[in-house]
Design a protein around this ligand. Structure first.
Ligand code: SF4
Length: 338
């Protein structure tokens, strides 16, 4: 295809595409039915060719669908991994297959690079729950109390913060601060979990992930009673009683490591739906039970949108340089801690 033209006509599944993408289908055959592959393969083929021409790299969050996660992404992981790897990206163009705050973080850490998000409306209920002005008001109300901000926030909010954290390093960040009291923003569930781990006094914000908040302890217990051998892994954005019903609590990266190292026979991942598919593709011997809570924001990212973004080099993510410089300090401080 002519890679300079952004076209909405569906691409054809030709013999050339079938042959070129066969090794990629082998990776996802367990989670993508063969009847669906001809819809994905032409886009995967076009994206992978255009990516090279643009000297672009695609970063994909663990909640992206398997055809994106396993077939076009160069760097995969949770928010922490994507933030770290964005720093090392050698490419001229970064395409963030995830939500807007992740693309902003990539831009903050790579101000000279072109950062694209295939759908600019891919938001996040946590990021939208709080503004920079809210943080300034909290600082006035609690003078001298350090502000720790989850990375699921806008650049404006990060710029008002002392240090960022992810679900993978929140405990380490709080311990490294060494403060008796912190303002923890904006995920109240994650904050309460970390408060229990660290014993630090915390001031919370009423933010929540609309996906993880939907899980209930009763639902988790019903799966546990239906399968004797099931291991329940839960993300700390879930309410505390859900975490209490789980065998393991950790970030998406922590859950992936758990499955890879312990190889349980049967697993329930209490997190976004695509995550189980992505892990199942690499562990066909593990039986994944999948209660399906989808993130509507993550699902805005599709192969045709990634292709179009690479063709047009739009939508670009821009962050005001002063805001970016202040936000970068909070993100870099996190990266130094771990
Ligand atoms: S899963 Fe939750 S925290 Fe993650 S992007 Fe979606 S709404 Fe935000």
């Amino acid at each position: 295809m002519d890679t300079a033209i952004a076209d909405t006509t569906p691409l054809e599944y030709t013999e050339e595409v079938a042959v070129a993408t066969a090794p990629l289908y082998a990776k996802v055959a367990g989670v993508i039915p063969s009847v669906e592959w001809p819809l994905h393969a032409p886009y995967i083929h076009a994206i992978n060719r255009l990516k090279e021409q643009r000297n672009a790299v695609i970063l994909a969050h663990n909640y992206q669908t398997p055809e994106i996660f396993h077939c076009v992404a160069d760097i995969r992981g949770d928010s922490l991994a994507l933030a770290r790897r964005a720093v090392d990206a050698e490419a001229d163009v970064i395409v963030l297959a995830g939500v807007h705050f992740m693309a902003e973080t990539a831009k903050i850490l790579n101000p000279s690079k072109t950062v694209l998000i295939p759908d600019a409306a891919a938001g996040c209920s946590l990021a939208e729950s709080i503004t920079g002005a809210d943080v300034r008001l909290l600082r006035e109300k609690y003078p001298g109390v350090p502000v720790v901000t989850y990375v699921n926030t806008s650049a404006d909010v990060k710029a008002e913060s002392d240090v960022c954290c992810t679900s993978g390093n929140a405990e380490a960040v709080i311990r490294a601060l060494g403060a008796d009291r912190v303002i923890f923003l904006p995920d109240e569930h994650l904050g309460r979990h970390v408060q229990r781990q660290t014993g630090v006094d915390m001031i919370f914000w009423k933010g929540a992930c609309e996906v993880h908040e939907r899980f209930t302890a009763e639902e988790v217990r019903s799966y546990a009673s239906a399968y004797d051998d099931i291991v329940v892994l839960a993300h700390p954005e879930c309410p505390l009683d859900v975490l209490d019903a789980a065998d393991y609590v950790g970030s998406t990266a922590g859950m992936i490591d758990y499955v890879a190292q312990r190889k349980p026979a049967r697993v329930l991942m209490v997190t976004e739906c695509s995550m189980s598919d992505n892990v199942a593709a690499e562990h066909p011997d593990v039986d994944f039970i999948k209660p399906c809570n989808l993130c509507p924001h993550m699902k805005r990212i599709t192969l045709p949108k990634i292709l179009r973004s690479l063709q047009t080099l739009e939508p670009r993510v821009e962050v005001d340089p002063d805001t970016a410089a202040r936000a970068r300090r909070a993100v870099e401080r996190m990266l130094e801690i771990g």
